[in-house]
Design a protein around this ligand. Structure first.
Ligand code: ADP
Ligand code: MG
Length: 273
């Protein structure tokens, strides 16, 4: 008996494209020990939108980003208040397991952190083991993830080579591919280009824009041009001396840069800080 062959290309085309999740911080506050570093942050991070978090160093941008996928659970002195909703469900609630939160809300850091001795392909697939998911066609997933991260053409002939041999920019795109491989709804990026040269930075920005309709992206950046190039929503954080960080103003990125309503936002985006 012959088994009819399934046309994989048609099946792949028919599969619905991924759509990002809606992430919402509601009155998020954070303390480290007795010190309050973040006060009542409300930001809705919509699907199909890149949200940029801007503001001077130490105003709580990374702290806020880390509340969005429960990273603070690694810091014993951290205390949180408020809630974080993913498609309406509290990620700190009983209904969502930590492994599921981490799978659905990925994180990319300032310094690329691939496993340097592991192969490029194994790096991409590394998250699957952590989440306990099995994928029938691993090679296909590796290729798809690398394509989505804009790295496939550069590494297709050396998937078995150690990741440590890649350039910094390539390593960062590999980290993006590794995050994408577990099909996240949201990707959090904490200054993903700060350690990279301008060409690598532009490649990451292109990747962000290509991904934005499939994954909700939240990016912390100190680069005002970058915030304007990649984001559609922008939140300006500021911490007055001895005070916790707050969102001073947020809105469409164009408005924040062309018509800021708060003079402190105007000073910051115009480099008068
Ligand atoms: P940003 O990312 O905007 O530069 P952070 O969120 O990193 O700011 O830091 C906000 C404040 O919280 C800073 O004063 C910083 O020193 C403090 N902070 C951050 N992480 C910790 C921690 N693990 N323990 C204690 N204080 C911290
Ligand atoms: Mg930071």
């Amino acid at each position: 008996m012959t088994v009819p062959e399934v046309d994989q290309s048609v099946a792949a085309e028919a599969a619905p494209a991924p759509v990002g999740g809606v992430l919402e911080g509601v009155q998020v506050s954070c303390w480290f020990g007795a010190r309050k570093v973040l006060e009542g942050v409300d930001i809705k991070m919509d699907a199909g939108v890149v949200t940029a978090l801007i503001g001077p160093s130490g105003c709580g941008k990374s702290t806020f980003l880390r509340t969005l996928n429960r990273m603070h659970e690694l810091v014993p002195i951290a205390t949180l208040a408020g809630s974080v909703l993913l498609d309406g469900h509290d990620i700190y609630g009983a209904g969502l397991r930590l492994t599921e939160v981490r799978r659905r809300i990925g994180m990319v850091f300032q310094k690329p952190n691939p496993f340097p001795a592991m192969t490029i392909a194994d790096n991409v697939a590394a998250g699957l083991r952590l989440t306990g998911r099995k994928v029938r066609d691993r090679d296909d997933l590796v290729e798809t993830s690398l394509r989505r991260a804009g790295l496939w053409n550069e590494v297709r002939n050396r998937l078995g080579a150690p990741a440590g041999g890649l350039s910094g920019g390539q390593q960062q795109r590999l980290c993006i591919a590794r995050s994408l491989a577990v099909s996240p709804d949201v990707l959090l990026m904490d200054e993903p280009c700060s350690a990279l040269d301008p060409t690598s930075t532009r490649r990451i920005e292109e990747t962000i824009l290509e991904l934005k309709d499939q994954v909700t992206i939240v990016i912390v950046t100190h680069n005002m041009q970058q915030a304007q190039r990649v984001s559609q929503h922008c939140a300006f954080f500021l911490a007055a001396e001895d005070e916790p960080g707050r969102v001073i103003e947020q809105g469409p990125t164009e408005q924040i840069f062309s018509d800021p309503h708060d003079p402190r936002t105007a000073d910051y985006v115009n480099g008068r800080f």
